[in-house]
Design a binder for this molecule. Structure first.
Ligand SMILES: Cc1cc2nc3c(=O)[nH]c(=O)nc-3n(C[C@H](O)[C@H](O)[C@H](O)COP(=O)(O)O)c2cc1C
Ligand SMILES: [Mn+2]
Length: 522
């Protein structure tokens, strides 16, 4: 049976030999992170690669439960989703391809013909799953309620991940002058909540959103909200800001094991993560009303932090060692004020670290890659498959496979991707033909290097890029490149006679297979 709560999930991992308990006293500042990084880069107990041919894909080590963390009574769980096997357990599937097939079933019926119609149908698709959240009167997440002064973020075992996190003197700041101005103001700590689902509501439509955004600790009841401007939390905030009203916000930690993943899923604006979570979970997520704000949160959460975001107040957030493998520079983000902390009795505090891949978030990203393939195919039917390679840390690179039928089809696919949700941020795109394995980096690179004439076969565009991209000339704005690594057709520029790729004939292959033993080669 699927786990109902994050703590059940940890117990299940323990029974399956996927959890290590650390009873030694450890510091939440850097020590937990360094241990988790080393473990995460070791082989996983149920190590396997699914589609990904990269050896790194079978890493992940065990999930870790630190039972004795300095400064808090609450144990810290980390790396709980850090392998293919554990992510599959959390999402209740044997493998991500099977999960993608479930999503495919949603997409199938009477597909409308125009792109606009397809886009319009997306919300229905998720609703069709028919597992809406339901409000209940009581939830374990409110077994203990700490309001006002009794709510204290510093009592939680919030970790510091990397040495320069929160260090404004390190030079890792977007605007040095601003950092100097801020010197007299309150500065943040190096501690960040990293695996929280940030719940907000659109003040106009009532739509709910959950996003996984990091939260920097500033004080017992103060934090900074790092949502990228393109994300739904930021969009909601701008709506509240325009009204000049405080935005209610809750950070939920734990919940059904699908919840952390659902918070990371790149759903189009207006499609509620809660519906998607219900679909993944197989039944609707139960919600309870918050104690001090007008929002609902998953009843089965371990810990909930309630509060509001001030429409005016900004904090210099960061720097933070990010999933790009670099520090993201400190910049101004909205201030969050805590009004209550509620939790179950004996909660577990879930967290994660990001950094140079592969890390825990790589496996969450692979789940997204597979689950969203049917939706991406619906928008761009030319796509047969795609892969987000490890070194591309999600937005930097995608390999896309098409069934090529006409000239410049690869270009059309590139432009469609650069217009599709969060895929639009992809900085390097490589489009290959159907016979290439996009999950094998060597195979893709072989075709990129051999099939491209750089001047003829590359397409550079300007547009929005990932906020975390540090190479773009401006924050969130830069250029992107696509390489057409498919076999070229005459109408695609000056193309000479194209040679065939080497392959042994099937008869000889069969013959050698049949006679293999006779050769005495083992
Ligand atoms: C571990 C982890 C940390 C993340 N941190 C942030 C973050 O600090 N800010 C942000 O905007 N997105 C962050 N993301 C990405 C978002 O969670 C993701 O893009 C999600 O789809 C956003 O949801 P939304 O479209 O509802 O805003 C993070 C993702 C993961 C897996
Ligand atoms: Mn969203």
């Amino acid at each position: 049976m699927a786990s109902e709560t994050f703590r059940d999930f940890i117990e299940q991992l323990d029974r399956d030999g996927e959890l290590a308990r650390v009873k030694t006293r450890v510091s939440p500042v850097l020590e937990v992170a360094e241990i988790a990084d080393r473990i995460g880069k070791s082989p996983a107990p149920h190590g396997h690669r699914e589609l990904d041919r990269s050896p790194a894909a079978s890493l992940g080590g065990k999930a870790l439960l630190f039972e004795n963390v300095e400064g808090s009574d609450i144990p810290v769980a980390i790396n709980t989703f850090g392998s293919y096997w554990r992510v599959n357990q959390a999402l209740g599937t044997d493998n991500l391809t099977a999960l993608a097939e479930r999503v495919q079933q949603l997409v199938k019926p009477e597909i409308p013909s125009t792109l606009i119609e397809k886009m319009k149908r997306l919300p229905d698709l998720v609703k069709m799953a028919g597992f809406p959240p339901k409000t209940v009167r009581n939830g374990i997440c409110q077994e203990v309620v700490l309001e006002g002064e009794r709510a204290d973020l510093t009592k939680l075992p919030i970790i510091q991940c990397w040495p320069l996190d929160g260090d404004l003197k390190s030079g890792q700041v977007f605007d040095v002058a601003a950092a100097q101005r801020a010197a007299g103001l309150q500065t943040g700590t190096g501690r960040y909540i990293t695996l929280g689902g940030v719940h907000t509501r659109n003040p106009e439509t009532g739509d709910r959103n959950i996003g996984m955004y990091r939260v920097q600790l500033f004080g017992p009841r103060k934090a900074a909200m790092h949502w990228h401007m393109h994300h739904d939390g930021a969009r909601h905030f701008r709506l509240w800001q325009r009204r000049g009203e405080k935005m209610p916000l809750a950070i939920a930690l734990g919940g059904e094991p699908v919840m952390p993943y659902a918070a990371t899923a790149p759903l189009p604006p207006g499609i509620e993560e809660l519906l998607f979570a219900g679909f993944l979970n197989g039944h609707g997520i139960e919600l309870v009303k918050c104690k001090t704000i007008d929002l609902e949160v998953p009843a089965n959460s371990e810990i909930v932090i309630e509060g509001y975001v001030d429409p005016q107040e900004k904090l210099l957030e960061g720097p933070f060692g990010d999933h790009t493998g670099f520090y993201s520079l400190a910049d101004w983000y909205p201030a969050f004020h805590v009004t209550a902390i509620t939790h179950r009795k004996n909660p577990v505090y879930p967290t994660t670290i990001v950094g140079k891949p592969p890390m825990e978030d790589y496996f969450l990203g692979k789940a997204t890659e597979r689950v969203f393939l049917p939706l991406l195919k619906m928008l761009i039917p030319d796509i047969v498959d795609y892969s987000l390679p490890i070194a591309g840390v999600f937005h930097n690179c995608a390999f896309v496979k098409i069934r090529k039928e006409y000239a410049f089809q690869a270009r059309r696919v590139m432009h469609a991707i650069w217009g599709a949700g969060q895929m639009a941020f992809t900085k390097f795109l490589v489009v290959v033909d159907e016979h290439v394995n996009v999950h094998d980096e060597q195979d893709v690179l072989f075709h990129l290097f051999s099939n491209c004439d750089p001047a003829r076969d590359s397409e550079i565009v300007h547009g929005p890029v990932d906020i975390l991209d540090h190479a773009s000339p401006d924050l969130g704005a830069g250029s992107k490149i696509g390489f057409d690594a498919t076999v070229k057709l005459p109408a695609e520029g000056k193309v000479r006679a194209w040679p065939k790729e080497l392959e042994m004939d099937p008869a000889t292959k069969d013959l050698v297979t049949r006679r293999w033993k006779e050769y005495g080669l083992g």
